[in-house]
Design a protein around this ligand. Sequence first.
Ligand code: DOR
Ligand code: ZN
Length: 440
Amino acid sequence: MSSKIVFKNARLVDESIDSMGSLLVDSKSGLIKKVFLNDEAIEDVSEATLIDCKGHTLMPSFVDMHTHFRDPGQTQKEDLNSGLHAAVAGGYTTVVAMPNTSPVISSIAAAESNIKRAKKIGLADLYQSMSITKNFEGKDTSHLDNLSELEKNLIKVISEDGHDVLDAEKMLEGMQKAAVKGLVVACHCEDPKLVPLARKARNSCDYVKAEILLHKAEDTFTERNLQLAKKAGCHIHICHISTKQSIESVRCAKENGIHVTSEATPHHLGLSYEMQGIGHQLVNPPLRNEKDRLAVIAGLKNGTIDCIGTDHAPHTLQDKQNGACGFTGIELSFAVCNTTLVYGGADWQPKLKDVISLSNLSKLMSANPARILGIKKGQLKEGYYADLVLVDPEKEFKVNSANFKSKGTYTPFNKRKLYGKVLETWKAGIRVFAEKKCLG
Ligand code: DOR
Ligand code: ZN
């Protein structure tokens, strides 16, 4: 049997293409062989398997810099199997898993164990990140000392996500080690001293005070971490950026040559607390005000914010009732971003004045995060991996989180109307997800 696959009759969209065309893929190598735009004649494909995309939109699949799979230790919330199924249902074939598992991923062996198990499941590539300090204790960075070249390719990111490192000296030490090894330091920027005060305010229902404290917590520690990264000369990636001020700090840092990238989550660009009611949707950073939300959108448009990171943070409903922070997000990420940024808003959102193109969204969800990780994905280009997602960007649907593949069903978007359905997901030329009746 031929190893050639031809995706025909597709609207091909990536960061620099938006055109009808066909894609030739070699399933043996898993790579894109050729892109044919418009009516360009497809070379000899007599032996090829033909996939008729029926006019739907074929894009590079999405790359997530920020996801939580809770494995090991909290697999009642999510495990690698459910998480990877959720990822491909959301059109993602590459995910960076955060290390705030139980125990924390603080050793190469623990990271490798997850990577190996994910490989066996085989749906999406998992890059397991390791903590900056051992067990998130803020004291010891010696686990970063002996990373071989090979291991460096598997573990590209270190992060203390869920918290920040209080001690600036320790953070600097971790960043200096990351600079030597070429690791990305993904920072959850939040002054840990203000967090208990915000929690106290939240518990006494003073949500406005909690919000002011958490605003300050992000602004001050974004700036601190940027300055430490400058000193260390490392690549800092600012996670889930959510305030106007911290976006401004990143803009200045970029201007001053600091190696910084940043991400925004679908919930921070799609929702503000004015839309949701302040304090009622627990997530960290919290949903911000409309001004901040518009600043996030502006940052995504002008390149200050480089990519979308889902911060997929599944919890059981009981844990949510008990105050756990985080939303399940990877399965709705495309629809929320497409609805907000490309469609310009659903009926429950303020209408956006200037929308972005689907190509631009592809850059934010695929090309840019792939660049950050240094992988040959995220573009429809010869020699790149045939990691693809077939979508219907116009398709309207009402979210029903009971249908999620994820074990976590809590999302503020439940029952809301969104636009944009993932129909199929392909990894290295192999179909890893198909929605029922997808091409009908
Ligand atoms: O809301 C959040 N949930 N923010 C984080 O930073 C961590 C995450 C989690 O792990 O649940
Ligand atoms: Zn996170």
